[in-house]
Design a protein around this ligand. Structure first.
Ligand SMILES: [Mg+2]
Length: 274
């Protein structure tokens, strides 16, 4: 037995494997989110994927039937830009990645640039489907020069309908191999910055972290001492959760997001194992 969704004021939902897979909705996600909103619970979407600005992610959600706006979406680019603004306020930042990276830097008063020179103050590296050799070479020059280096996330793989593809972590590894450095800080889950940004933007008092991966979503919740719910619609299985160490162990587990509907009893792993 656990507490119902109504015990929380904000749900911090992961997207891929929780709300959608690629373009398509996860079964019951749309109906369940609609139900949570009707109960007066705020839903925010928290994603390691840095490539799209929040408005584009919200448009994707609306196309599935989820009534979201850009205000409801927090990406690792937004958290990364906050980390960069702390280090080089107002600076010119080499932006490696999609439009999501550049727009997040602009929102924080930084100037995204596409090549490295003596005026460049930092490097932010995130995923973008068109990132190629030239951008990775510019990043390498800037990193070798010792500039602050923020990675939006270190996911090695990116799920696609044709199987895993290289994620931002693999491209960060490439720059690390060539430069001999690692990023100074990482924004995305399991690091705390992305969820901290989500808490700041939503003003959540009793949040619940919901995700499909123990090693990112659930681990990030634990890092901040927040309650966590694993849904079994993505990467991690219930067996994974039962076998997980304390830092990756979710408080609750559910087949899918229907647990957000009124009157549902929530399962805890302790009850399962007991
Ligand atoms: Mg996911």
């Amino acid at each position: 037995m656990g507490e119902p969704a109504g015990g929380h004021d904000v749900l911090l939902l992961d997207l891929d494997g929780v709300v959608y897979v690629g373009e398509d909705p996860v079964p019951w996600a749309v109906e369940s989110i609609t139900s949570a909103l009707a109960q007066g619970i705020r839903v925010a979407y928290v994603t390691n994927n840095a490539s799209r600005p929040p408005g584009q992610v919200a448009a994707h959600l609306r196309s599935l039937g989820v009534p979201a706006t850009g205000e409801d979406v927090i990406t690792s680019s937004m958290a990364g830009a906050a980390l960069m603004a702390d280090r080089v306020p107002g600076g010119r930042v080499l932006a490696v990645g999609g439009e999501g990276v550049a727009s997040a830097l602009r929102e924080r008063g930084l100037t995204p640039v596409s090549s490295y020179d003596e005026h460049t103050a930092g490097v932010m590296q995130g995923y973008g489907p068109d990132v190629g050799w030239r951008e990775l070479a510019e990043a390498t020059y800037a990193v070798r020069a010792g500039l602050p280096w923020v990675a939006t996330n270190l996911d090695r793989t990116l799920p696609t309908p044709r199987g895993p593809a290289p994620g931002n972590g693999s491209l960060v590894d490439l720059v690390a191999i060539v430069s001999g450095r690692r990023p100074d800080v990482v924004a995305g889950k399991p690091e705390p910055a992305l969820l901290q940004e989500a808490l700041r933007r939503t003003g959540a008092q009793r949040p619940l972290v919901i995700g499909d991966r123990l090693d990112t979503d659930i681990a990030a919740g634990h890092r901040l001492g927040l309650p966590t719910l694993l849904v079994l619609t993505g990467i991690s299985s219930e067996a994974d959760a039962i076998a997980a160490g304390p830092g990756w162990r979710p408080d609750y587990v559910a087949e899918d997001l229907r647990c957000l509907m009124p009157g549902r009893a929530w399962r805890t792993l302790a009850a399962e194992a007991g």
